[in-house]
Design a binder for this molecule. Structure first.
Ligand code: ADP
Length: 490
């Protein structure tokens, strides 16, 4: 099959969160399974393109936007050794992708509507027609209905679309006029069975993706159930229920080539589940690098996360504040897009700046994240909701035992040592239910007790965790099944 993926992130060159990891891992596996995969992203000025050779392949590709035609340039590069990446550079006077950021601009709706339209304008010029266009989140959801309109209808008659929802919290609220800008008849979409919100007055790009794509997935089976409720669906539960015949959850995998403790170039010392000795050496080096005291008495507990409400910032703050009482070392690596949360953590970071056991690092740093996964004993993920979560899956692979709230994909991947009902050999972490401080304490305290009192059992748990298989092999096969089903190949 010829599969085109259209997204707003890919690791490691344009990464904000898990979507970037998914784009890297899923595409690699689809390629390994013999499919032709083309990934298209905006050419952001903030791409981390160090060491990449970028080639301009085409200029003068025109896109309709707000009654005029604008030019784009198409660039090409290879990432992660053998993955083809096409980058669309907009030459629109508003320089949509030269903003020093991937998200968070006042005109994000315009930026990504422009991108969605431009991708189809470019694909329409190519000789080959994609079998599948796989779109991700609200940013590219408009492709699901653009493709069935105007100049694109005949051109992509045989192409089928799949939408993957990585997080229901981000939906792309827009207006009739916004759709007019990309050449759609916006007013036609202003109807309950189309883009009009069930519980609001705006149009909703993600809803449009659900209604008009040939299939919609989300990123874990458990989250696929949660989004059918008002709490999980965040206003789109009815749209999903009406389209249940073409909706399911597929667990995200992890790219084990990239996240590999034996070859990871970012960590201090390689290790594996059969040679765990170097894990302690990683911890010692990290303590040196961060200026933490060297100790064998305190487990190193980390969180690596976007600092947004969803991720349980209250519980993270709580753990920092009780870390001395609990006898742990605690490191948080996070970036906070919300200024209120950012400044609150800046204050906390200053308060603990010289603490021998606590560090709060407000940054987005890929290399440091790898070092933290490798060095840590435990990994905190106190999410209020979590579509899939990759942090806990990476932590498992790096032998850092996850302590998570039972929600979304966390419930599909972390199995409690004491309460999962599984034999110990099939467990890999600590899970709690209530999204409050007592909840996280109950799981963290059990983990600390085991770490301190039974080294042998803890080591077994680490080995079990590292040997769990959440690779893309099985999940990519499920995507291929869906592609074939909607192409009527099966
Ligand atoms: P989400 O996609 O909601 O942000 P996930 O757990 O699915 O959450 O994916 C998070 C990914 O982003 C992981 O690869 C994690 O290591 C990475 N990450 C999150 N915050 C940071 C940060 N501040 N620095 C480096 N990597 C980060």
């Amino acid at each position: 099959m010829y599969i085109v993926q259209v997204a707003s992130e890919v690791a490691p060159v344009a990464k904000v969160g898990g979507l970037a990891d998914v784009m890297m891992g899923l595409n690699r596996e689809l390629q390994n399974k013999g499919h032709r995969v083309e990934l298209i992203l905006p050419k952001y000025d903030c791409l981390d393109a160090k060491g990449l050779s970028l080639e301009c392949r085409q200029t003068g590709v025109r896109t309709y936007f707000e009654d005029k035609w604008h030019e784009n340039a198409i660039w090409h590069t290879c990432i992660n050794n053998d993955q083809s990446l096409t980058l669309l550079q907009s030459l629109h006077p508003k320089l949509f992708f030269d903003r020093g950021t991937i998200y968070g601009c006042h005109d994000d709706i315009d930026r990504f509507l422009y991108f969605s339209r431009a991708v189809l304008d470019w694909l329409a010029l190519q000789q080959e027609t994609p079998d599948i266009i796989h779109i991700h989140d609200w940013e590219t959801a408009a492709i699901a209905f653009l493709i069935r309109q105007g100049p694109f209808t005949r051109r992509f008659e045989k192409t089928r679309t799949v939408l993957t929802i990585h997080n229901m919290a981000y939906q792309g609220h827009c207006s009739v006029e916004d759709l007019d800008k990309i050449g759609l008849s916006g007013a036609w979409y202003d109807a309950p069975k189309r883009l009009l919100e069930d519980f609001g007055t705006s149009l909703n790009l993600l809803k449009g993706g659900i209604v008009f794509s040939d299939y919609t997935t989300t990123v874990s089976p458990n989250y696929a159930k949660e989004v059918l409720t008002p709490e999980g669906g965040k206003g789109l539960q009815l749209a999903l229920k009406e389209n249940l015949h073409k909706f399911s959850g597929i667990l995200n995998g992890l790219d084990y080539n990239y996240w590999n403790t034996e070859t990871d170039p970012h960590i201090y010392f390689p290790y594996s589940s059969s040679h765990l000795g170097n894990k302690q050496a990683n911890a010692a080096s990290l303590r040196d690098e961060l200026g933490l005291q060297q100790t064998k008495e305190k487990p190193l507990v980390v969180a690596i996360t976007r600092l947004v409400e969803q991720k349980g910032v209250d519980q993270l703050r709580h753990v920092i504040q009780v870390s001395h009482d609990k006898g742990i070392q605690c490191v948080i690596l996070g970036a906070a897009p919300d200024p209120a949360i950012h400044y609150e953590f800046v204050d906390l970071a200053q308060k603990y700046a010289n603490d021998p056991d606590v560090r709060i690092l407000l940054a987005q740093e890929e290399a440091l994240a790898h070092k933290l996964y490798a060095a840590s004993d435990m990994f905190l993920m106190p999410s209020l909701f979590e579509p899939c979560g990759l942090g806990q899956i990476i932590a498992l692979r790096y032998g850092s035992i996850p302590i998570v709230r039972k929600t979304g994909g966390l419930a599909d991947t972390v199995f409690d040592v004491d309460y999962s009902g599984k034999p110990f050999t099939e467990t890999n972490g600590f899970v709690y239910e209530n999204a409050d401080n007592t909840g996280i304490d109950s799981a963290l305290d059990r983990a600390i007790q085991l770490w301190k009192n039974d080294h042998k059992k803890w080591k077994k748990l680490m080995v079990q965790a590292m040997n769990f298989d959440f690779s893309w092999n099985a999940s990519s096969a499920l995507y291929i099944d869906i592609y074939k089903k909607i192409l009527k190949l099966v």
